[in-house]
Design a protein around this ligand. Structure first.
Ligand code: ZN
Length: 247
């Protein structure tokens, strides 16, 4: 089966629609979402409704989703994220809030594991270093493990030549990796709604669970429209500006 893998949409419906169009072009049959549907952007209800309608869908909750529904302390966030979370709380419909409430913090299917941050700390840890990848190996059984949270397209795998080591790099647009069975893999598809690697295009991936092949995709979308809607909503200027720079 071919899965569309995405994360960190952050209430950006324009970016999400562009990614879903790209998934269609790549014959995607099912969806994997690594959390943070809301926070930062101007369209929380539209994003939650759109994702809730995707079938079949495996989705986990992210730290921003948890903050918006009152299950994570806002003190954990920077002032811009706090302001956006408070705005989102005020804006979020009962139905959207109910959908977020029902999402688990981790999911394991026969094909892969899904968490937002890391297997050992799904709602908090940013998985960024080879050592963290090694330390997390005892906390999941099914590979690849898809993660989000850092908004960066990290790919980690066990270094077979060195049992205590890891191979790691940032995936580029159209780059393919074949996830060799029986060794641990962690893949981050990057962020749909707020990329932070100086590439302002939405980021996502396609995973073929028969070939065990993951392909990273970057997708352009209409950034000025999102920025205009954020301005209208009174969201912080810093969050509006950063979309144009991809950081
Ligand atoms: Zn995020």
């Amino acid at each position: 089966m071919i899965w569309g893998v995405f994360s960190d949409v952050h209430s950006n419906i324009e970016a999400l629609e562009a990614v879903l169009d790209a998934f269609k072009r790549h014959d995607v049959e099912g969806f994997v979402c690594c959390g943070d549907l809301v926070g930062y952007g101007p369209s929380p209800n539209e994003v939650v409704e759109r994702v809730a309608g995707l079938k079949p869908l495996h989705a986990v909750i992210g730290n921003h989703d948890l903050a918006v529904i009152g299950r994570m302390d806002l003190a954990w966030f920077n002032p811009y994220a706090q302001a956006a979370a408070i705005w989102t709380r005020w804006k979020l419909s009962k139905e959207a809030s109910g959908f977020l409430e029902a999402m688990p913090t981790r999911l394991e299917t026969p094909e892969f594991t899904i968490v937002h941050g890391s297997p050992r700390s799904p709602s908090e840890e940013y998985l960024l270093t080879p050592q963290q990848f090694v330390d997390n190996q005892a906390h999941y059984k099914i590979s690849p493990c898809f993660v989000g949270h850092s908004h960066l397209t990290w790919c980690f795998s066990k270094d077979e030549a060195n049992p205590f080591g890891a191979k790691t790099h940032i995936l580029a647009d159209r780059e393919r990796v074949v996830c060799k069975p029986n060794i641990p893999w962690v893949i981050n598809p990057g962020s749909v709604g707020q990329p932070r690697d100086h590439d302002q295009r939405a980021s996502c991936g396609v995973y073929d669970d028969v070939k065990r092949e993951f392909t990273l995709l970057r997708v352009p979308y209409d950034i000025p429209t999102v920025q205009a809607r954020m301005k209208e909503a009174g969201l912080p200027d810093f969050l509006i500006m950063r979309l144009a720079y991809g950081q």
